[in-house]
Design a binder for this molecule. Sequence first.
Ligand code: FES
Ligand code: FES
Length: 163
Amino acid sequence: MSETHHHVTLTVNGVVRETTVPGRRLLSDCLRHDLGLTGTHVGCEHGVCGACTVLLDGEPVRSCLTFAVTVDGHEITTVEGLARGGALSPVQRAFTECHALQCGFCTPGFLCTVTAFLRDNPAPSEEEAREAVAGNLCRCTGYQNILKAVHRAAEIQAEEGGA
Ligand code: FES
Ligand code: FES
């Protein structure tokens, strides 16, 4: 028996995108393969590493644990949508400034996670910052520069009056 396909409409990075997917198509695969947005990385594919994190209606979710059909009609922000008008976002700039990436595989997930975190908590304590990134794994950096970047991004946002 052939698999049923579903028409889904997503607003991705402010653009309405439509596609047809099998019921079990993961959002991560939908973004990468159906919509060509390969900035979202896939590491563990079972909810552990956080590399696939995107924003669903502004909240971080693991796109490898989300079926595309379940987010029909919703807004998704991927790493490709963080920059504004060709300029890197404060979080992206802070990661660059603080050398918070090496291979960069984990980075899209961290950027999405930290973007949502600082929107909700613009002046985090050290402990809050650590907790915020605790669900994202990085095999390269040792996390110290990532934590510096979280605080630097908060500073940049404060200087610039918001994200
Ligand atoms: S790829 Fe989704 S959490 Fe690791
Ligand atoms: S920079 Fe390589 S996994 Fe984080």
